[in-house]
Design a protein around this ligand. Structure first.
Ligand code: GRF
Length: 257
């Protein structure tokens, strides 16, 4: 038990997390700038793309990186095995998909059961899979948004952790929507990691679609934004929902990544 844990009830040790990326890595940067070194410690960044700019963001903070390109393995299962082995070796307890453009298979998800989360640029269940913003624009919606959810074997079908909406009735171009969604993503994804690290996510088989704990007595009106509230520490094993949502079979969120 750390000194911090001893002094502040409900503050757990830093949660070792891995972040999977494929592209720019602005969500990784948000995690590096917020939770890294605080509630969590990013112990591994893995990319499916060798020259993903996200890798430089990790290296700049001395976070170990590795590339697991699908073409380097016999099949996806072999790639998943190698990836999972590395993440386990690095001690990761939570896997965060932050613009990761590959599917993860059931064996990988079983190895990190209830501990894989994803950020998706739509208000799920609307517009899952690739091209979410383009789908939403084509449909003509006026309210857009972001979802952070657990990953299960479906296409962005896992239990919702956090969602936030933004009204953009005049938006016609993807970049307009993406510019509005980025700050939401960069707030919600770290917040979901904090919630996981604090044990505020739990899986109740009787209510599997609501993994976010009810607002604890004494929490501010902005719960779950207000994480300063001391809450009883819960075991990490409890602090998880079932495995989470995978993207479509080829790539996830292509066009947003
Ligand atoms: C984000 O829009 C996220 O919702 C989607 O992929 C994009 C990743 O962006 N899954 P970045 O690489 O974090 O900048």
């Amino acid at each position: 038990m750390s000194l911090l844990t001893a002094i502040v009830p409900g503050v757990a040790e830093q949660l070792p997390i891995a972040v999977l990326v494929s592209g720019t890595g602005t969500n990784l940067q948000a995690l590096l700038d917020t939770v890294h070194g605080r509630e969590a410690r990013i112990v591994a960044v893995a990319s499916s793309v060798a020259d993903a700019p996200a890798l430089a963001r990790a290296a700049e903070r001395d976070v170990p990186t590795a590339v697991f390109a699908r073409g380097d393995y016999a099949d996806r299962a072999a790639r998943d095995d190698a990836l999972a082995d590395w993440l386990v070796q690095r001690g990761a307890r939570l896997v965060v998909l932050a613009g990761y453009m590959e599917l993860l298979g059931p064996v990988f998800l079983a190895r990190f059961s209830g501990a894989v989360i994803n950020v998706h640029p739509s208000l799920l269940p609307a517009f899952p899979g690739i091209g979410a913003v383009a789908q939403a624009l084509a449909y003509g919606v006026q309210v857009f948004g972001v979802t952070v959810h657990f990953v299960d074997e479906g296409v962005d079908t896992g239990p919702v952790i956090l969602q936030r909406a933004v009204e953009l009735p005049d938006a016609r171009e993807e970049h307009e929507v993406l510019d509005a969604l980025r700050p939401l993503e960069h707030a919600l994804l770290p917040q979901a990691v904090r919630l996981f690290a604090r044990g505020a996510l739990q899986f109740d088989p009787a209510d599997p679609r609501h993994p976010l704990a009810m607002r604890p007595p004494g929490a501010g009106a902005d719960w779950p934004a207000d994480l300063r509230v001391a809450r009883p520490a819960r075991g990490r094993a409890e602090a998880s929902a079932p495995g989470e949502a995978n993207g479509p079979d080829e790539t996830r969120d292509a066009g947003e990544g």
